[in-house]
Design a protein around this ligand. Sequence first.
Ligand SMILES: Cc1cc2nc3c(=O)[nH]c(=O)nc-3n(C[C@H](O)[C@H](O)[C@H](O)COP(=O)(O)O)c2cc1C
Length: 323
Amino acid sequence: MSALLDRLGVELPIVQAGMGGGIARHELAAAVSEAGGLGTLGILPADRLAAELRAARERTRRPVAVNLLLPFARAAHWSVAAEADAVVTFWGRPRRRVAGVWLHQCGSVREALAAHRAGADGVIVQGMEAGGHVRGTHPALGLLEQARATLPAGYPILLAGGLADAADVERALAAGADAAVLGTRFLTSDESRAHPAYKARVGESEETVLTELFGLGWPAPHRVLRNAATDRWLSGRDPRGPRGIRALNRVTAPLARRLPPLDPGRFQRPDRPLLSPQPPTDDGPSSLLDSGPLYAGETAGRIHDVRPAADLVRDLSGVGAAR
Ligand SMILES: Cc1cc2nc3c(=O)[nH]c(=O)nc-3n(C[C@H](O)[C@H](O)[C@H](O)COP(=O)(O)O)c2cc1C
């Protein structure tokens, strides 16, 4: 048993990744935690995040984590995060902002060392196979091996990227991970708030692309399924996307972070070069299925069903499926 999971009171070494923009809300996080894993709420505006944490607490007494994307985390987000059992940060200089358990998701050994120095209670190392925003530039298991060899013995290291079934989890744990962190597999659960057609497309797709296309307000690499927008803009040789769009994403980023959240359903079209990071959710505009990012990892090619999160937790941890 990992000392970190023990400290948190988490029974099984399965962590559901925080998925922002409204995908991982209380239904998913509570279902994962209630099944014995660690559920994580994805970032939302702070008042909505607080409401999600309250709703999750009504469904489970087990630990629940909150994920904060550092470029978008404001003081009000940190106040909410302080109420969670753990905070997972991503994308930015690691710095302790809460008294409780703090994990930082990293894409390199260098970043993991910085998080350790900053007092993180553990790190998640993310391989380049991962879905969503991708910090990793190496395959997950290689990065884990390097991180284990560099960080102090016993320091908690969790692994994210490319994990979708019990054999993957077993391999990760055997290679020294304290726990497995999964995004794409939980995206395709009944409880995730991804648009149902988005979940179906994960099941149908064999291929993903690592791009910078949907970077309006957040110019950072991300792995997505192909859709009408990627077909329109990624026909050239550079999968990152046309230079003009990437330049526009960069120059508008500081402004976009200061303005109230935009409503991409109003302006986003597959053929318009204004492509925001908002994914399609079950309560958002369906037009984002064609014009928005369908974040998914390389495991999309191996995932062909949508299942209850509790069944996934049990299957992934090898304690026996509910069916
Ligand atoms: C739909 C989706 C949304 C994501 N959103 C976030 C996020 O808001 N914050 C974060 O730290 N990571 C996010 N990630 C990345 C995950 O933390 C994790 O690194 C990744 O899902 C692991 O790879 P996998 O998708 O192959 O399981 C997201 C991933 C996906 C698939």
